[in-house]
Design a protein around this ligand. Sequence first.
Ligand SMILES: CC(=O)SCCNC(=O)CCNC(=O)[C@H](O)C(C)(C)COP(=O)(O)OP(=O)(O)OC[C@H]1O[C@@H](n2cnc3c(N)ncnc32)[C@H](O)[C@@H]1OP(=O)(O)O
Ligand SMILES: O=C([O-])CC(=O)C(=O)O
Length: 371
Amino acid sequence: MAVTKGLEGIIATTSSISSIIDDSLAYVGYDIDVLAENSSFEEVVYLLWHQKLPNDSELAKLKQELADNAELPASLIEQMKLIPLDKVHPMAVLRSSVSLLGAYDESADNMDSESNYLKAVRLQAKIPTIVTAFSRLRKGLDPISPRKDLGFAANFLYMLDGKEPDSIAIEAFNKALVLHADHELNASTFTARVCVATLSDIYSGITSAIGALKGPLHGGANEAVMKMLSEIGSIENVEPYIREKMAKKEKIMGFGHRVYRKGDPRAKHLKEMARKLTKLTGEPQLYDMSIKIENLLKEEKNLVPNVDFFSASVYHSLGIDHDLFTPIFAVSRVSGWLAHILEQYENNRLIRPRADYVGPERLEYVPVHQR
Ligand SMILES: CC(=O)SCCNC(=O)CCNC(=O)[C@H](O)C(C)(C)COP(=O)(O)OP(=O)(O)OC[C@H]1O[C@@H](n2cnc3c(N)ncnc32)[C@H](O)[C@@H]1OP(=O)(O)O
Ligand SMILES: O=C([O-])CC(=O)C(=O)O
């Protein structure tokens, strides 16, 4: 039995949600470059869930549904307060809170499509509120309730600190959300599909996906990039720092990708946003350091940035705490996970590959006291 380590190159399902063809990414056939420049995140959510762009009334209906479902049950907030919030990673809090949301939903195990759609709306609407509530609770502040008059991107930034964000911040954050929404059969999406292919419920699928996104080889890389930039600290330190990492054969976070060879098409948008925002916030050295890292890795290892590299500087420039970067990835990616979960339910078969057994065989059992 031939084994492909990490399932590289294996086609594991058909899907109509997103495609990566010749290093270009499209959601349901719409190129990511066009969507990043033109669409609201809510439009992209509709596109991923319905496989078509919404008209005005369809978009208004989805926005209303998201606004109506954004509040958290008071009991969930009380439960979050019991978590040692200052000691635990926000992704662990998010994972547990989404699992608890399932426990508060009596219809969690209803499998008809209408019920599943309602659960999808609830999760998409409530996950930003969980992330922002957590962020405030650990600072000893009360969570801020979502506002119905704000769009998805603006509402998230508003719930973080209670201030209405300016149009530059809203535009940048919306674009980041659009760029992170879906990515074919990445590790967390595959995890979600494996989970629900057992006909487990949507909350289980999203909880599993959050667990997979948390790791630094996947979504956790954006926080790790910011840690690296902070450790480097100055442009002079870039070269010695990166060369030492390379000598130790350590991975440079935010570089490399399993499926892109020429480069991640999302990175150029985040790069431009990072350039503009770091200039506005008076931290252009963050961008300059990033460019120096980019050039060095291209030259030395032919490695190019993935989505996580410049998103770190974008979120930092928006004043967001560094350990919220990966939860923010989840705030966006839950849209893709949900689309894939709904697609999996529509045409389900249990996902169960084989392992090539390489351990010992036919051993003789020796009773415990004789070993
Ligand atoms: C949203 C996302 O999930 S995007 C990815 C986020 N993750 C990161 O940024 C973490 C850093 N990157 C990596 O660890 C990898 O590039 C991954 C996990 C993304 C892809 O991994 P794989 O497809 O398994 O590639 P693999 O790790 O086998 O790398 C192939 C070669 O490139 C090298 N390489 C790949 N990425 C990097 C990196 N970031 N830094 C240094 N070397 C790297 C490997 O050392 C390996 O070299 P070798 O053939 O000489 O041993
Ligand atoms: O597709 C992958 O392997 C990782 C990735 O870029 C993503 O999930 O956005």
